[in-house]
Design a protein around this ligand. Structure first.
Ligand SMILES: Nc1ncnc2c1ncn2[C@@H]1O[C@H](COP(=O)(O)OP(=O)(O)OP(=O)(O)O)[C@@H](O)[C@H]1O
Length: 522
């Protein structure tokens, strides 16, 4: 056997013909290959040297491929393991992934897939797909539908991530940094981080469960960054936000002329995520018709764009997330059992913030640091003891996202270095078991507003009020020639408060206003 390849593989199968087929296929790819016909034989070879990867049949005469997997795991060996299972035995595949396999293949083995999976395990993504930047679907344009998620998906990341572009993979981010973004040292968060590190070594699908705003997307993005595909694309898709009639074209792409308005070939989410990770958020919202198509792609690892004749192989790791109880959805007949089984190989539960109050202080501190940094202010404000105690009593139905919004507003209200209890703006009605509605009714009436009684009510009050505030700040700035100190003073705000509010609402000090000079008291 030559030793010119940087990759050495051990193939374990008791059928001599198959062994030879795998060996020849891999040698042709330029790998060094050794073979074994039994568990005992394989263990003897493993005892004498290291390999880049082990490819093993599940059923062996003196045991199972799982025995080899467990050996590799227990000894902390570096080999990636790929398991070949009988067709249709999803249980075996799931078992293999849970035992630490990098990936699995089903018999009869498709050799293209075989080469792709081995290449992926070794960090070589195989044949690159032709890269076409996802764009808005013509049908969506024609119907005046919201921007197609293919374009919106990477940009929708709310975790402060730079948008993941399919055409320009992001550089490898340090593993520690990805995990450190998940602030918190509660037992639950430590467990989440440990699980992320563990699952990042395999291709196993992960289902992230948790209430809205708990950090599921942050977890998915950390899984991606920590894994060997971290330098590939991370494509986040909100399954609930895509109109049903566009799902197939969005997920799998389409060919020119496939439907009215399809003026050119477009790739879908799967092609865009090739070599990286596809994050399927709100997977529980996917209609049943699309669930079966998704299952097929996951099993076949190939997609056929709408209007195309041939399928294209894709190498994509799936991480999905839901705030729903998917098991209950399965029981109610709204979610396919087989898809659930495929997606739920490894589950990571992100608990609600109220169940890990130990994390409240460090997350608040991290959020305040970020707010101050964005506003160009130092030092970052901190919570008074009283304010923190008040916050700790709150239930945070919107979890970390709500905490972020609350602190943004509190900083803008306080304007000083210390955020007091009143700056939090949490009405007493928001606490305890009291009937929220009754308590609100008991509050003194708000000051009359000059809005006409028949004016339509806003559907998003927070966004509406932000718009009002943005408009007032912009007008005050204009009136005071973009001097923030003067504009702020005219509204009863300190310069610091003004800066926070402007940063939060994205209001700029005006082109060429020479803002630093204008606010000499900064
Ligand atoms: N542990 C944490 N440390 C720091 N920031 C966090 C943490 N968890 C969540 N966040 C922040 O909270 C916000 C919401 O997180 P994320 O979008 O990941 O939640 P989600 O569970 O995916 O929400 P949804 O269910 O609504 O999609 C983001 O800005 C994220 O950066």
């Amino acid at each position: 056997m030559t030793t010119t390849s940087p990759f050495s593989l051990l193939v374990v199968d008791d059928e001599p013909d198959l062994r030879t087929l795998y060996e020849l296929t891999l040698v042709r790819e330029g790998y060094d290959v050794e073979t074994a016909g039994s568990v005992e034989d394989a263990l003897a070879r493993l005892a004498s040297r290291r390999y880049s990867a082990v490819i093993t049949d599940m059923r062996l005469p003196d045991g199972s491929g799982l025995d080899l997997l467990r050996h590799i795991e227990q000894q902390g060996r570096p080999e990636k393991a790929i398991v070949i299972t009988a067709y249709g035995s999803a249980e075996n595949a799931v078992e293999a992934l849970k035992s630490g396999a990098y990936d699995y293949l089903t018999k009869p083995v498709d050799l293209r897939q075989f080469r792709a999976v081995v290449g992926s395990a070794l960090g070589r993504s195989g044949q690159p797909l032709p890269t076409v930047v996802p764009a808005q679907l013509p049908s969506a344009l024609a119907q005046g539908l919201p921007a197609a998620p293919a374009a919106a998906a990477p940009a929708r990341s709310r975790s402060g991530e730079p948008p993941a572009a399919a055409a320009a993979p992001t550089p490898v981010a340090p593993t520690r940094a990805a995990l450190a973004r998940l602030v918190g040292h509660s037992g639950a968060m430590q467990q989440v981080r440990a699980l992320i590190e563990k699952v990042s070594r395999s291709m196993a699908p992960v289902l992230v469960q948790g209430e809205s705003g708990t950090g599921k997307e942050l977890v998915a993005s950390a899984i991606h960054k920590v894994s060997s595909r971290g330098s590939g694309p991370f494509i986040a898709v909100n399954c609930g936000a895509i109109p049903e009639n566009l799902l197939e074209a969005e997920f799998f792409g389409y060919r020119k002329g496939a439907f009215t308005g399809a003026a050119e070939d477009r790739e879908g989410f799967f092609q865009a995520a090739h070599g990286g990770t596809l994050f399927l958020d709100e997977i529980g919202d996917l209609p049943l018709s699309m669930q079966s198509k998704l299952l097929r792609v996951i099993q076949e690892r190939a997609v056929r764009p709408v209007g195309a004749v041939n399928e294209a192989q894709v190498n994509v790791r799936i991480v999905s997330a839901t705030h729903k109880d998917l098991q209950a959805e399965v029981q109610a007949g709204r979610f396919r059992q087989d898809l659930f089984y495929r997606l739920n190989v490894i589950q990571i539960r992100v608990p609600p913030l109220r169940e890990r109050l130990d994390d409240l202080r460090p997350i608040s501190a991290a959020v305040l640091e970020r707010i101050a940094r964005d506003a160009g202010v130092a030092p970052a404000p901190r919570l008074s003891d009283d304010a923190f105690a008040h916050l700790a009593r709150y239930a945070f139905p919107g979890n970390v996202r709500e905490l972020e919004n609350l602190l943004q507003r509190a900083v803008a209200m306080s304007g000083g270095d210390v955020i007091g209890r009143d700056d939090l703006g949490l009405p007493d009605a928001a606490f305890g078991d009291t009937q929220y509605a009754d308590d609100l009714a008991a509050l003194p009436p708000a000051e009359p507003r000059p809005a006409p009684a028949d004016a339509p009510l806003p559907t998003d009050l927070a966004a509406y009020l932000d718009d009002v505030e943005r408009d007032i700040l912009a007008r005050a700035l204009e009136r005071h020639r973009y001097n923030r100190t003067a504009a702020g003073a005219s509204l009863g705000l300190s310069l610091r408060q003004m800066r926070y509010r402007m940063a939060r609402l994205g209001v700029h000090a005006g082109a060429g206003s020479g803002e630093a000079a204008a606010d000499g008291d900064d």
